[in-house]
Each structure stands twice: as structure tokens, then as C-alpha cells.
Design a protein around this ligand. Structure first.
Ligand code: ADP
Ligand code: MG
Length: 790
């Protein structure tokens, strides 16, 4: 409608030539005012419609044109829709300032937050029933009129007596009782004698009759009982799970208000090709379909969030995320890095000198890494491999290539203990192949004597060390490198983004080191796909030959004798045993005492073998000695807190007993189990469950079902949900998704990803689509550190 107005403003005589100019403008304004737009926009539109309600003389028309343009142009300015959606909830009809402030505090700070608060379930009120037909155990909706409503004292659980609201309602077929044990005061005003109500709730049995406890009631107009009005009640009604303190029914009103006034401002960004191909509704229509379902919609599909409307919104969200990741990756690919070209012959000679033949998977991953580090841009690669798949060997061969080119590698582990273990196994590999694998290796942790630390620092700065192993202190310390070119980070979930940035500061020049992140906790494929927008992913999907399957068993409280028997048999075969205790920070002292007592009991039960106890409170020297004794077979039983979680490698250990298995996470249990089954002898894992915690039974079942790390990661994701999964394992890595659920919507991830890649291929910086660019920046800019986008 702005177009004819603008034309008329530029060329006053043109308006005269358009027949019925005023009527056309008025009609267009009225149509626009009927859209779901904010009240200020609607007001400007109706004012415009009124201004052109009758034919105008040229001077009056010119004035009306000018005034209307002044009124409407601000709403047509780029970015208006986004700004309007960012308004506070107080802008919505029916939400006062106090309510608005309360909503803002509870995370519903904008109109957009309300619009994208999707219903948690739907109430199907299309089939109104008669009271005589109410069935016990089913949800039902019916129209009834109030006969009586009163408070009476009643017993409420253990809390004692309280005022209970009783109401008797009836229709022409019978009557039924409604009860409110709490919140009755708020309902009472609706329950005047003779008033018509719409009642929804679950029907339960009480003694010889039926009743509804805490039903939802809606007052109806006086004539509501007649057919026409009842028809409008036959709807699918969305139900919203509100934050605490926001009653679900009130939240429904707020969300519906937001939809009525703002839905048509929501723009979609998906490429038209994808929308057409998948026959998706536009974004505004999708919101309406979800919040105000048509009466012929499928409530089950709505509740399962698998309608075309949901698909549209989820794809919108994933598309912006994938675009953000693609932009970040593109930017990274322009950063300067250290090009390392190790001759293939040399790489092969080092590989051939190892005490084993690399698996096909290892060889493939090494090729991928070699191709990456040969580029003059920093590598950013995630190496996923199940426990025992040989990640350390891969890192070792990569370090050799780096050393060959005259640069240095740093390998960082999450704990000192793991750093020490890594250093020992890397040294073994280095010593195995004479000069083909010779590497100058150093260990640098807080436990290394100060004087030695000083020497190592000096050697690193002088370029006399090729590979330094340590904890993350390596990056926070004032350690200087002659030329750090590769940072290997083991178990990346314990490192944040910050440490990686700190790494970049470790070089004197502006080039960033290559980064290889190793994880033994496979990220489920669905997540890996999403992450791969910014990380390249290599997968070691093959275990070295000769591995034997692990038998897993769950034991309950009181089956201690079976544990003792299993230990006895393992020792009799000359093999070794791990006993693992959980160490929870809040109860560290108690846990430690339990582990210590257990170690003493085991030592008494098996007096002819040495039993060692290892935990994080031991000083580094004692700890290293105990580990070394176990590696050499001098001690036969190692009782430990979770410190052996990753990295311990003693092929002769064949039994792992995990005490209080219910307290460990699934990924952690999988890691612990992976300590056995590393040699030629079959491994056994005994999970001792002493009680149950949230989800513990599901975790134990998953472990019994499979030893495949990927399957376990998928199960973990399903048990915990992506939020928590990512929260603890990936904090700072994958930004929050509001609508998409990476498990439920896994199939849409590649669709969004391909669409994003196609877009970026044509328009690498989104320079040609400033609206899209701004949408990405708005949604993900801060989380993806895309400071320069938008
Ligand atoms: P991860 O770190 O992935 O858990 P490791 O690198 O610790 O696995 O390797 C586990 C064990 O397998 C080590 O004893 C290692 O020496 C051995 N190993 C690694 N690669 C091979 C291979 N290709 N063939 C045989 N043994 C291997
Ligand atoms: Mg390892």
C-alpha cells in the first residue's frame, strides 16, 4: 500500500489519474490492519483507511498522502520487524507493567520469547461429552452449569486440614463434583450458581461417584449452552508449561496475545528452494498453526512437534545456526597458520618403526591431519575414537611430522595424572623405533620439581624440546615456545574455548598453531554433524586387532561375594584388577574414606598380593610410583578414584570393578570399562550398583546392551537430552537451541546444513543479503564470537 502512496507523493497528478485512488488505498490499509501486527501499526493503518474513506480534492489528497506516508514509513524501515519483536511483553494487550516485569525476570523478556514458547501439549476439546458419559481415567471436556460451590474443611495429605473447594456441576444428563485442594480462592469467583462453564480435566473415581480434581474451568457467556456457541469451544487448545510462578492459563493468554499482534512480523530466512521442495508454510503461518491450531489439525502430531509448521521453525533455527558456523569457519580459514610439509616417506618410516602396524583408520586419520597441517591456515580438527582405538599413536606420529619440519607440539591432558601417563606411553613409542621415532619429549606439570621446570622452560624456548606434555597450565603459564605449531588437546570437553584462544598467543608471530582435539567420548553423529560446521571431524572407527570383547555384569548390594570371587579368579590367572570408586566433590572426604577402607579390606582379603590406592590427593611422586608399580605388574590390584578414567593402559589388567556405578555418568562408565579388554585376554566389567539415582537404571541397561562408544553416546544423549549433554560435555561449544531438538530433529540437521553451505558458497560473507546477515548475527553473534558479522 506504500507503493501507490509513494508514487502519489512523487507525482501528485498520478493519483488523480488512478480511478478510485482513495478507495484503493483505504482497502489496502484495511487489509493490512487485519494482519497480526502490533497495535501502533494497526492504528496507523486504520487512521490511513479513514483518511481515504471518501474521494478527496487534489490539495486535500496531497495532504493526506503526506500525512499517511509520515505515519507509515517508520514501519517499513529495514529492521522494524526485528526491533518490534524485541519489544518487552508489556507491549502486548492484557499484560500490564507489573506482569511484564515479572515475565522478563523469568526469561520471557521479549515478544519473540513468547512467540517461540511452543506449547508442551494440546488439549483436544473437539469432542465435548455429556456428564453421563464421563469415563474414569480419561481426560474429558464438557459444558455444565454450577449448582453449588463452597469451601469445606478437608484433609490434605500429611499437611493436615485445609479449606477444600467443592463444586457440583450438572448438565441435562447428570452431575459431577469438582474439587480444588489448593488455589480454590482464584476459581471461586467463576463458580456462581447457574453460571455456564467449560470444564476440562481427568475424571477420577471417588468412592461410588466420579469427580475431577483441579480441572481447568472457563466461564462461558450466558447463552453458551446453545449449539452455535458450543461449536466455537470445540477446539484443539494448546497448553503451555510456564516458568514457575506463571500459571499455564495466563501464559496461554500472553502467548496468544503475542501471536495476535506480532505473528505476521516474523520473517523466514530459509531459501525459497528449500521451502518449495519441502512444501513448508511460511514462518508466520507456522507460528499460527502451532499456537492457534485449526480444528482439523492432528493434535498428536502437534504434540509430537512433527508437523510441517514445526519443521519450518526448526529448519529456520538450524539454518541460522549452520550459517553462523559456516561464517566462523570461513573466517578461520583465512587466518594465517604454519604450513608443515612432512615428506610422506618420512611419515611412513616412522609409522613402520612403531611396535605395531597402524590400523586402516589410523592411517586414514593421519593422512587427513597431514593434509590439514600442510595448509598455511590453522587446522581445527576433532579426533573421535573409542577408548583404545589408538588416538595417542596418531598424535605421536603427527608430532613427529611437526618436529621434522622444525616445529614443536604441545599435548595437554585434563589432569596431571593423565599427563604423566601420556608422557610415559609417548616415551615408550619414541624409544621403540630408534631414530625413526626419536623425539625429544618433556613433561611439564606443577608436580615437576621447580628446578627441572626451569630447565624444561628454557629448553622449550630454545627449541630443544619437540613434544611437551602437560596440563592446561601449559597455556596459562608464561611458557614460551621456540615455535609451537601443533596443540593436541586430550579430552576436549574439559577445555573451554578460552584456552584455545590462549594457545594462539603462544607464538611470537601472528600465526595460529594447528589444533587437534582428541576425545574418547564420541559425540553422537547428529551432534558431530552440527559441530562439523566449524570443526573437521576425523573418526577412528576401528579398534586395533586382537582386542577381546568385554563381559559386563551388574551386581546389586549384597552380592559382594561374587566380586571377591571374580577378583580371586583374575589374580589366579596372573592378571590384574582395577577397583574404581566415585569421588564426588561435595562429599570428597567421605568418598575418600570409603575408598581407603575398601583398599584396606581388599588388602586383608588378598594378603599375598600388593594392593595400591591412588587418588588425586596423593602427591605426584607417590601417585606416579603407584601407577608405575601397577604398569610393571608389581601391584596386582589398583584401587582408585576416577583418576584412571582416561588414558591408563595396562593390557594385563582384565577386571574392572566399578563401585557405586549408579553415581557415574554413562560416558564415564564407558571410559572406565575401556580400561580392560586391551590385551589378549578377555576383559570383565562388574558394575556394582548400591541404590539408584536419576536415570541410573537406564545408564546401566545401555552399558549392558553394547560396548560401541557411538551407540552409548547416542543413548547418553537420549537419556540426558541435548541441553545437559552439551552443557556438561561441551560447555561453550554448541550454543543453545530453542526449538530444535537434535535427537528428534536429527534428520533436519543435514537439510539445514546443506542449505547453509549452498548459501555461503554463492555469497561467502552474506554481503548480498544484509537481512540474513543481521539475523545470523542477532541469533548467534555473541555465542559464536562472530563480532565482525552484522
Ligand atoms: P586411546 O587413547 O584411543 O584410548 P591408545 O592410544 O591409548 O588409545 O591405544 C590403546 C592401546 O592400543 C595402546 O596400548 C596402544 O599402544 C595400542 N595400539 C594403538 N594402535 C595400535 C595398533 N594399530 N595396533 C595394535 N595396538 C595399537
Ligand atoms: Mg588415550
Amino acid at each position: 500500500m506504500l507503493a501507490p502512496l509513494r508514487l502519489a507523493a512523487r507525482n501528485p497528478t498520478a493519483g488523480a489519474r488512478v480511478r478510485d485512488f482513495e478507495a484503493a488505498v483505504a482497502r489496502a490499509a484495511e487489509r493490512a490492519a487485519a494482519l497480526r501486527v502490533p497495535r501502533d501499526v494497526r492504528k496507523a493503518l486504520t487512521t490511513t483507511a479513514q483518511a481515504f474513506a471518501a474521494p478527496l480534492e487534489p490539495p486535500a489528497r496531497a495532504r493526506a498522502v503526506e500525512a499517511s506516508l509520515a505515519r507509515l514509513e517508520p514501519f517499513a524501515a529495514p529492521g522494524f520487524a526485528a526491533r518490534a519483536l524485541g519489544r518487552g511483553p508489556g507491549e502486548i494487550a492484557g499484560i500490564g507493567a507489573k506482569r511484564a516485569a515479572a515475565l522478563e525476570k523469568k526469561g520471557l523478556a521479549t515478544v519473540s520469547d513468547l512467540l517461540f514458547r511452543l506449547p508442551s501439549r494440546y488439549d483436544d476439546r473437539r469432542d465435548l461429552v455429556r456428564i453421563a458419559d464421563l469415563e474414569v481415567g480419561r481426560r474429558a471436556t464438557f459444558v455444565a452449569s454450577v449448582r453449588t460451590a463452597d469451601f469445606a474443611p478437608g484433609r490434605v495429605g500429611r499437611a493436615g486440614f485445609r479449606r477444600v473447594l467443592h463444586a457440583l456441576v450438572s448438565d441435562e444428563t447428570g452431575s459431577v463434583e469438582l474439587k480444588w485442594f489448593r488455589g480454590g480462592e482464584a476459581v471461586k469467583s467463576m463458580l456462581e450458581k447457574g453460571k455456564a462453564l467449560l470444564v476440562t480435566g481427568e475424571v477420577t473415581r471417588y468412592r461410588f461417584s466420579k469427580e475431577l480434581v483441579h480441572p481447568e474451568v472457563e466461564p462461558l457467556a450466558e447463552d453458551a449452552a446453545d449449539g452455535a456457541a458450543v461449536a466455537t469451544l470445540r477446539q484443539i487448545v494448546p497448553e503451555y508449561g510456564g516458568p514457575e510462578g506463571v500459571p499455564p492459563r495466563a501464559l496461554r493468554r500472553y502467548v496468544q496475545g503475542a501471536v495476535a499482534d506480532y505473528a505476521d512480523l516474523v520473517e523466514g530466512h530459509l531459501p525459497a528452494r528449500v521451502v518449495a521442495q519441502r512444501k513448508l508454510p511460511d514462518a508466520a503461518a507456522a507460528l499460527v498453526a502451532i499456537h492457534v491450531p485449526e480444528s482439523d489439525a492432528d493434535p498428536a502430531a502437534l504434540a509430537a512437534r512433527c508437523t510441517p509448521a514445526h519443521e519450518r521453525l526448526v529448519l529456520e533455527e538450524l539454518y541460522l545456526l549452520e550459517l553462523g558456523l559456516a561464517l566462523r569457519r570461513a573466517r578461520r580459514e583465512r587466518e594465517p597458520g604454519v604450513a608443515i610439509a612432512a615428506p610422506a616417506a618420512r611419515r611412513r618410516r616412522a609409522a613402520a618403526a612403531l611396535p605395531f602396524r597402524p590400523t586402516r583408520a589410523q592411517a586414514r586419520v593421519l593422512d587427513e591431519i597431514a593434509a590439514d597441517v600442510a595448509q598455511p591456515h590453522p587446522m581445527n580438527r576433532l579426533l573421535q575414537g573409542d577408548v583404545g582405538s589408538g588416538k595417542t599413536a596418531v598424535a605421536f606420529l603427527a608430532a613427529i611430522a611437526v618436529a621434522e619440519a622444525g616445529h614443536q607440539t604441545a599435548l595437554m591432558a585434563p589432569t596431571e595424572l593423565l599427563a604423566e601417563q601420556h608422557e610415559r606411553s609417548l616415551r615408550r613409542l619414541a624409544e621403540a623405533g630408534a631414530d625413526a621415532t626419536a623425539l625429544r619429549i618433556a613433561l611439564l606439570t606443577a608436580s615437576v620439581p621447580k628446578r627441572e621446570q626451569k630447565e624444561i622452560r628454557a629448553a622449550l624456548a630454545a627449541g630443544e624440546v619437540d613434544l611437551v606434555v602437560g596440563t592446561h597450565a601449559l597455556v596459562s603459564d608464561p611458557v614460551r615456545f621456540a615455535s609451537l605449531a601443533l596443540a593436541v588437546i586430550d579430552e576436549q570437553h574439559r577445555f573451554g574455548v578460552l584456552q584455545r584462544q590462549a594457545l594462539a598467543g603462544k607464538r611470537a608471530d601472528a600465526r595460529a598453531p594447528h589444533v587437534l582435539v582428541m576425545t574418547a567420548t564420541p559425540i553422537p553423529r547428529t551432534l558431530a554433524l552440527t559441530l562439523s560446521g566449524e570443526l573437521d571431524v576425523s573418526i577412528l572407527d576401528e579398534l586395533p586387532p586382537g582386542r577381546t570383547p568385554i563381559t559386563t555384569d551388574v551386581l546389586r548390594e549384597g552380592e559382594g561375594a561374587r566380586v571377591v570371587e571374580a577378583v580371586r579368579r583374575t589374580l589366579a590367572r596372573g592378571e590384574q584388577v582395577y577397583v574404581v570408586y566415585p569421588l564426588v566433590e561435595e562429599s570428597e572426604a567421605v568418598d575418600l574414606r570409603a575408598a581407603t577402607e575398601r583398599a584396606a579390606r581388599i588388602a586383608r582379603a588378598f594378603p599375598d598380593v600388593r594392593v595400591d590406592l591412588v587418588h588425586g590427593r596423593l602427591d605426584a611422586k607417590e601417585r606416579a610410583e603407584a601407577m608405575r608399580r601397577f604398569e610393571r605388574g608389581e601391584s596386582r590390584i589398583l584401587v582408585s578414584t576416577t583418576v584412571i578414567e582416561v588414558g591408563v593402559d595396562v593390557p594385563n589388567a582384565t577386571l574392572v570393578v566399578i563401585e557405586h556405578a549408579e553415581r557415574f555418568g554413562l560416558a564415564q562408565l564407558h571410559q572406565l570399562r575401556g580400561r580392560v579388554g586391551r590385551g589378549a585376554q578377555p576383559g570383565t566389567c562388574l558394575l556394582v550398583a548400591r541404590g539408584a539415582t536419576d536415570g541410573s537404571e537406564a545408564r546401566l541397561r545401555a552399558l549392558l546392551a553394547t560396548t560401541d562408544g557411538f551407540a552409548i553416546a547416542e543413548a547418553d544423549l537420549a537419556i540426558r537430552g541435548p541441553g545437559e549433554f552439551l552443557g556438561t560435555r561441551q560447555s561453550g561449544r554448541l550454543p543453545d537451541l530453542h526449538l530444535a531438538d537434535l535427537v528428534r530433529d536429527a534428520r533436519l540437521v543435514p537439510v539445514a546444513r546443506e542449505a547453509a553451505l549452498a548459501t555461503v558458497r554463492k555469497d561467502p560473507d552474506l554481503a548480498r543479503d544484509p537481512l540474513l546477515r543481521r539475523a545470523v548475527a542477532l541469533r548467534w553473534g555473541a555465542r559464536l564470537a562472530l563480532a565482525d558479522v552484522g
